[in-house]
Ligand binder design. Sequence first.
Ligand SMILES: *Cc1c(COP(=O)(O)O)cnc(C)c1O
Length: 378
Amino acid sequence: MKFQFRDLQAQYNAYKTEIDSAIQRVLSDGQFIEGKEVRELEHQLAKFIGVKHCITCANGTEAMTIVLKAWNIGEGDAVFVPNFTFFSTAEVVAFCGATPIFVDVCRDTFNMDSQKLEEAILSVLSEGKLTPKVVIPVDLFGLPADHQNIDKIAKKYNLLILEDGAQGIGGSINGKMACSFGDAATTSFFPAKPLGCYGDGGAIFTNNDELAIIVHSLKVHGRGEDKYDNIRIGVNSRLDTIQAAILQVKLKAFIIDELEKVNQIAFYYHEKLNNYVEVPTIPEGYYSSYAQYTLKLKSLEKRDGLHNSLKNFGIPSMIYYKKPLHQQKAFSNLLVDDENLSVSIELSNCSLSLPMHPYMNEWDVEQISKVVIDYLTK
Ligand SMILES: *Cc1c(COP(=O)(O)O)cnc(C)c1O
């Protein structure tokens, strides 16, 4: 048996001719930076997501940093993030000099708990030390966050919303696409994400013309009329033309084939495992791009035991995330009270992600599920 956690080689083999010729075309044109493929991809992505502007950049982390910088977020500002996500979501906040406020998540969806968000905002307001400015809902494991309720709360307290769609692109709520929620959204093209390139890459999405202009400027040294006219302090954060050309091929595959395939694989898993273990739940009207297929086990021992058992059968599984954000050493200076973070603490002890990608088939799911069931019923 040979299983991949996410099979990028199979995807390459399926689109080899188109990917090779896309790369070759860029090599022949010689426009390695800001070649025409970058603009074309931005138009295609904006159309797919249903927003006015897509601005590509170097990676998903910098995409978020650039938006926060465009909004002048810094010292004294509170930015609300889910406590259960990849480090980057909160890292960018601290990197800008602002303070991340960790909000607990819902056990069912792994995503930010909107009620806890409101409690966290009220608590920051009553302390009176920081000014609430931004909330960053994350579409974790491919499932869009509770954007309807988060939107209402953000409006009530006059906060900006930055949707972290690094894992969420391709998902939707009642037909509205992930990366179109909030005042701005970002995604990542890291190879293992739902829509990945062959290196680092990222993008920013917004309907706000003014924000788009500032983001365009910030990502190329704060350019004004051109890149030798510098009107603000920015960064150098561009998507390479080669990666854009690769992404053009992969975006097409993603839309016409891969999204549906991962949902089919999730359906097979669900059918086989639902009676034995807690499988992902997708709220009504929601569609997931299944960046991960994550089980919840009964205990830390069961989770680690299953992880090892799968490993013994040559099946890779991953623990996302071993530590909730507030337990990361980098945030130890914040002295966070973990009283209201019990769900994210529990999830870090019981979650296990199984192989999930569009190039698996029902037979693979059956073999993997068999090992899971054997372990759980032995
Ligand atoms: C991967 C990821 C990022 C960062 O993206 P990079 O392109 O790796 O910088 C941010 N947020 C979440 C939730 C992610 O999974």
